[in-house]
Design a protein around this ligand. Sequence first.
Ligand code: P6P
Length: 282
Amino acid sequence: MKEIYEAIERSAIRIRHAIENDDTGYSDNANKTGDIQLKLDIKSDLIIEEEFAKVNTVKELASEEKDNVEVLNPDGRYLIGYDPLDGSSLADVNLSVGSIFGIYEDDYSGNSLKSAVYVVYGPRVEMVIASEENGVEMFRLDSNNKFNFIQKLQLNERGKLNAPGGTQKNWEPHHKEMIDDIFKDGYRLRYSGGMVPDLHQILIKGGGLFSYPGTSDVPKGKLRMTFEVFPFAFVFEKAGGAATDGCHRVLDLTPAHIHDTTPCFFGSKNEVDRVKVCYERN
Ligand code: P6P
């Protein structure tokens, strides 16, 4: 697994340089889920592909920016599901963006995850690794391009932040009532439109709720299981929190296709329980 983390570190250093120096404009292509690809999306995906090609234990890559999986080493052990630059459109307004990696064995189901990593490209570049062995560890890039361990991340039983995603006019009534009630309890709104910094903030601040629900126009939600939802569900569970689709533990789900999406809620246990009570009633 160490050589996988090192490939992610090398990729993060190169992607950070691309964010700071390259064109943030749109390409002429769209990905499988219909997002018009930014030149940075394509560049970041290429960088990650190049770095993982050096790792013999990686069997195949499944990228949000590619229709199908790409086989690297038929005898490899791990499958990597990743979003090379999540929230990339925020780069041209100088907001934080991120890369997300799920490290799977055998298949891309939630319970096949063995580790999850994300990188936040913000005022500082930080990498978070979640594993069975070590829980959730945060590292920060220094001026010598070295990632140094900073702290373990652990969620409280309940928090103070609320990050409500999705188009509000299309929220189901029970979802809107739940979100309003959470704000009535004094939670603070923290939502940038970037899943990686928004979830990182909840982890660092000790808790709260991030939600991207199914809506009347997009019942299965926007966020992709393989590349985004499963890796963060793994991180939140290892940090003492939870992740649900409203009714099920997210990591108990299995996508029919690697680009499948799901409604998703990540947070401290108290907040995720609140979601389940609300959704089981409706
Ligand atoms: P909306 C970014 O495009 C992304 O995939 C996630 O990073 C983010 O949480 C979500 O979409 C934001 O979506 O509909 O609020 O713009």
